[in-house]
Design a protein. Structure first.
Length: 393
């Protein structure tokens, strides 16, 4: 990479990680802290947890289109301001409804597609895949940091402190955009017209292999959100761990999950078994969720949580790469947009539907729904044709 490309990738990866850190930090907290608020129910807590995914999904494509018209940086700054406003509203909230409103506005700052477009604007084609991978890795890193940092910040100042912290991250993100991120040079090229875009979206939605991958990321994030309606409560009520100390559990589980991922990645890349390792990743998720929902033994629960992170992190890292290998020529950007939309819809559904199921049918039904979704995903990828081996022409 050139110096400009390294500056672009590092600054945008930092920006992306800051924003995702702000969204993920409440994941291990809401099921505990929001339950203490007046009128809180599992359904409302689940809605607060996942509502950001709905506004993210609805606004990714419109924000991407707007960035084509007015420029990438103004849209990114505007999205970060919306995110900061949502964080402030949630930080000042004394009811779960206020948190729902704040989380809705946080998600409305839907800049993921615009950030990726800016990465593409500022990198050469031969370096673009590497650049996208670095930005993608920042998401996984922010997820791991958030699960540890969230409980630490909440221990110091409660749930409101977490939201004020995320507002500060958004402001730092704006500074990064204005001072560190290079400005793209206008090319004067015409953007694809609406008909062309609609055709690419339609083709992405009709492609069977892409549909399986889109369903997979939907299922993965549904399960993530739904499980975190249960995990923090178990740690506090069944394992007897104070909520301020939950990071003592998350940190070693996440660090050790990296060790668990390494054999899968080696066997997939060097051993020539990507299909089998992908299936194994889903199977690990199935076993972990089943164990999390059925055991009363703390040590078994911790082992299942580690297994969950191994499967989740491996699948989260593998899916975008598979989309890029599967997509038809000229449709990578559109396919990634559809993929991101399915990802955020899964987060919304996992929180909102998961909370409703938990309130009306209990933990067993919630875990059963997650297992059914993961089981269906495993069935869909069993045929060898479900996994791409090379990019399509």
């Amino acid at each position: 990479m050139t110096a400009l490309e390294r500056r672009t990738v590092s600054s945008l990866a930092l920006l992306y990680s800051f924003r995702m850190l702000g969204l993920f930090m409440v994941l291990p907290l809401l099921a505990l802290y929001a339950a203490d608020m007046p009128g809180a129910t599992p359904a409302l807590i689940g809605l607060a947890l996942g509502i950001y995914g709905l506004t993210q999904a609805l606004l990714q494509i419109p924000f991407g289109w707007l960035s084509d018209q007015v420029g990438r940086k103004p849209v990114i700054v505007g999205g970060l301001l919306l995110f900061a406003l949502g964080s402030v509203i949630a930080g000042m909230a004394d009811t779960v409804h206020g948190i729902i409103l704040g989380r809705t506005l946080q998600g409305a700052g839907a800049i993921a597609s615009t950030v990726m477009a800016l990465v593409a604007d500022l990198t050469r084609e031969e370096q673009r895949t590497k650049a996208m991978a670095v930005v993608g890795m920042s998401i996984g890193l922010s997820f791991a940091v958030a699960l540890v940092l969230g409980p630490v910040v909440a221990a110091a100042g409660g749930l409101s402190a977490v939201f004020w912290f995320t507002a500060a991250l958004a402001i730092v993100g704006i500074v990064i955009v204005l001072l560190l991120v290079p400005s793209p040079v206008a090319t004067g090229l015409e953007h694809a017209d609406v008909g062309t875009r609609a055709g690419l979206i339609g083709r992405s939605l009709r492609d069977g292999a892409l549909l399986r991958l889109n369903f997979g990321v939907f299922a993965l994030h549904f399960i993530l959100m739904a499980c975190f309606m249960v995990v923090p409560v178990f740690l506090e009520q069944s394992a007897g761990i104070d909520r301020n100390q939950h990071w003592h559990i998350y940190l070693p589980a996440l660090i050790l999950s990296i060790a668990g991922m390494v054999p899968l990645m080696i066997l997939a890349e060097r051993g020539g078994r990507p299909h089998q390792m992908f299936q194994l990743g889903i199977a690990l998720l199935l076993v972990a969720v089943a164990t999390l929902g059925s055991t009363d033994n703390s040590l078994v629960f911790y082992a299942a949580l580690w297994l969950f992170f191994v499967g989740f992190n491996y699948l989260e890292a593998t899916l975008p790469s598979l989309v890029s290998k599967t997509v038809f020529a000229g449709g990578k950007g559109t396919a990634m947009g559809v993929y991101s939309t399915c990802q955020f819809l899964g987060a919304f559904a996992g929180g909102a539907a998961g909370g409703w199921i938990l309130q009306h049918a209990g933990v067993a039904a919630l875990i059963g729904g997650c297992l059914a979704l993961a089981g269906l995903w495993l069935v869909l990828v069993l045929p060898s044709r479900a996994m791409p081996v090379a990019a399509r022409q």
